[in-house]
Design a binder for this molecule. Structure first.
Ligand SMILES: [Ca+2]
Ligand SMILES: [Ca+2]
Length: 330
C-alpha cells in the first residue's frame, strides 16, 4: 500500500470519527432551545460594501471597524458612510479588537499581530521563541497592557486548516504580546483550534474558544485562582468562533459547523448552513440563542458584538454586517 493511499485511509477514518462527533454533538433542541429565526430580522449594515466581514469592533465614539476578504480595513464613523480605510492586502485578515490607545488590532492569519492607526500599519508580532506564528486568529487587549491573541496551530495555516481538524491534536496556543517590551510569549499551550478570545468584565479571567472541541476555556488572570484554566462552557451546539463581552458581563459567541461536500472535502459553514449565536453568562450557562434556521438572511455567522442595544453580526457569507435591534426584535 502506498503512503498516499495509507494517508487517504487515515484521513477517511479521521473524517468519519470527526463527523460522528459533530453530528452527535448537542443539538439546540437538546439544550432546550427551539429555532427562532430572530436573525432573519437583521438590517443589512454596509450592504454591498463589506466582502465577508468576519469580525467587527467599535470604539468609544461609535466608529465601527471590520476587515474584509479582499484585504481592506473598513470603518464607519457614527454618522458617516462605510469607507475604505487601510488596505493591508492578502486574504487572511481575521479577528479585530480596539487597542487601549484607540487604534485597531488585527490578526492576520499568515502574518501575525498587526496594529493599524491613522498613520499606517505595523506588524507587532510575527514570531514567538524564534519561530514564525502560523495562524493568528483573534485578539484582545487587557486594560493593564498585555495583548492576548490566539494562534490556531503551529503545524497548519489558514489554507490547510482542515488537516489540523483531522489530526485533532492540540497544536494551538494563546500568545501574549507585551506592548512595552515588544516581546511575545506563549501564555497557554496545547490548545485545540483556539479561536475567539475575550476578557471578562472585571478582566479577572479570559475566555478562549476551542472550536472543534465545541467548548470555551476560562483562564484566570487575577485573584487566588490566577493561572488556573478550566472549562467555561462545554457541548455548545456548534464550534465557537469569535466571542465578545456583552455590556451585562455575559458573552456573545458565534457558532460554526462542518459538513462534507460531495467530494468528501471538509467544508466550513454556519451551523448546518444556518446561523446561530448564543449568549453565555459569566458562569458559562447559555441564557439566550438567536438563529436563522434556514440561512435565509444570515448564514455562516462568525462574530456577534453588542453595542447600544444592537447586535452586530460578522459573517463569511455576505457583503454586509447583520444589525439586530435586541430590544425590538427578540
Ligand atoms: Ca474580535
Ligand atoms: Ca476566528
Amino acid at each position: 500500500m502506498s503512503a498516499k493511499v495509507c494517508l487517504l485511509g487515515y484521513k477517511a477514518v479521521c473524517l468519519q470519527a470527526l463527523l460522528l462527533q459533530i453530528f452527535v454533538s448537542t443539538s439546540p433542541t437538546a439544550l432546550g432551545f427551539r429555532w427562532n429565526d430572530d436573525l432573519q430580522k437583521v438590517v443589512k449594515f454596509g450592504d454591498g460594501f463589506l466582502e465577508k466581514p468576519e469580525d467587527v469592533c467599535v470604539d468609544k465614539k461609535g466608529t465601527f471597524y471590520t476587515v474584509t476578504r479582499d484585504g481592506w480595513v473598513k470603518r464607519k464613523h457614527r454618522h458617516g458612510p462605510w469607507e475604505n480605510w487601510k488596505k493591508l492586502g492578502g486574504n487572511s485578515l481575521l479577528g479585530v479588537a480596539m487597542s487601549n490607545d484607540g487604534h485597531l488590532l488585527i490578526c492576520d492569519a499568515n502574518q501575525g499581530l498587526i496594529k493599524v492607526s491613522e498613520k499606517g500599519w505595523k506588524l507587532l508580532s510575527s514570531k514567538v521563541n524564534g519561530k514564525k506564528i502560523r495562524f493568528a486568529d483573534d485578539v484582545i487587549q487587557a486594560s493593564d497592557g498585555p495583548i492576548y491573541f490566539s494562534d490556531v496551530s503551529t503545524k497548519y495555516g489558514l489554507s490547510d486548516w482542515t488537516y489540523d481538524v483531522l489530526e485533532g491534536k492540540p497544536h494551538g496556543r494563546l500568545l501574549k504580546y507585551n506592548p512595552y517590551t515588544g516581546h511575545t510569549s506563549i501564555h497557554l499551550n496545547h490548545l485545540s483550534f483556539p479561536n475567539g478570545v475575550a476578557l471578562s468584565r472585571k478582566q479577572d479571567f479570559l475566555v478562549v474558544c476551542e472550536t472543534w472541541k465545541f467548548r470555551c476555556l476560562k483562564h484566570w488572570l487575577k485573584g487566588k485562582l490566577k493561572g488556573n484554566t478550566s472549562i467555561f462552557v462545554d457541548n455548545l451546539p456548534g464550534g465557537p468562533d469569535n466571542i465578545n463581552l456583552a455590556p451585562d458581563g455575559s458573552f456573545w459567541i458565534a457558532l460554526l459547523k462542518l459538513r462534507t461536500s460531495g467530494t468528501k472535502e471538509l467544508v466550513l459553514e454556519g451551523v448546518e448552513g444556518k446561523a446561530m449565536v448564543v449568549k453565555v453568562n459569566e458562569d458559562g450557562k447559555i441564557i439566550r440563542k438567536l438563529d436563522d434556521s434556514s440561512g435565509k438572511v444570515l448564514a455562516f455567522v462568525t462574530s456577534a458584538l453588542e453595542f447600544e442595544g444592537h447586535l452586530y453580526l460578522g459573517n463569511l457569507n455576505s457583503t454586509f454586517i447583520g444589525r439586530l435591534n435586541l430590544n425590538k426584535n427578540t
